[in-house]
Design a protein around this ligand. Structure first.
Ligand code: CA
Length: 226
């Protein structure tokens, strides 16, 4: 899940980015409304966390512009304005939820999970392909057959898990290295040119043979039938 974080309070933005990333979200951060509007013209986001008090354009106007473009991207607004009016306005303008500053990070996480569930990306928290089961909530991967009593849990690093999740969610479709990278890294984060290959190599060591296939020059695929 990729989040665009629009927040001009840099220490807060840094802290949020860190917490969200440790939960497996990919976070792209901008500190101005204009930059947010630019960023929203690319399909790089699944969700927005939008501060209302921005230095250039009011967050509510960013939201308005987004909804005028018929975008249904989920938006959580952050407001320091503890007034009923700004909350109501935000919701009227099409925000999905709001948090009043200061808030607890756990509360934000809970709100994000609600949106994730609604989006359906997490409605089936269990993705099964062949003998591999991946639980997106519990961050668990189990390989084997339950009726054969030979299931074992395999521990992967956070990035390895994210690569496997991306491929399993798209089982039957080839994902290019760039598509996989965009799900793992935020803008400006340094990516080693062979990072995806390294993650795939690690994953393959613990997964059934030929579970992840390499399509030469195109990318990687997990076939539906195993
Ligand atoms: Ca602000």
């Amino acid at each position: 899940m990729r989040i665009l974080l629009v927040e001009d309070d840099l220490p807060l933005a840094k802290a949020l980015q860190k917490s969200l990333q440790s939960e497996g979200f990919v976070v792209n951060h901008v500190n101005q409304g204009k930059l947010a509007i630019n960023a929203l013209s690319t399909p790089d986001q699944d969700m927005i966390i939008l501060d209302l008090g921005l230095p250039d354009i009011d967050g509510l106007d960013v939201l308005k512009q987004l909804r005028n473009q018929k975008s249904t991207l989920p938006v959580i607004i952050l407001t320091a304005r503890d007034s009923v009016e700004s909350k109501v306005k935000g919701l009227d303008y099409g925000a999905d939820d709001y948090l009043v500053k200061p808030f607890e990070i756990q509360e934000l996480m809970a709100r994000l999970r609600v949106i994730e569930r609604r989006l359906g990306t997490a409605s089936s928290s269990l993705i099964c392909v062949g003998q591999v089961k991946l639980d997106t909530f519990a961050h668990k991967v189990v390989v084997g057959e339950s009726n054969m009593n030979n299931e074992i849990e395999i521990h992967f690093s956070k990035k390895e898990f994210m690569v496997l999740k991306a491929l399993m969610e798209n089982a039957g479709r080839i994902l290019s290295r760039e598509q996989i990278e965009s799900k793992l890294y935020h803008w400006g984060e340094e990516v080693l040119s062979n990072a995806v290959e390294v993650h795939i190599h690690k994953l393959r060591k613990s997964l059934p043979e030929k579970f992840i296939q390499n399509v030469r020059g195109v990318g990687y695929i997990i076939n539906n039938a195993h």
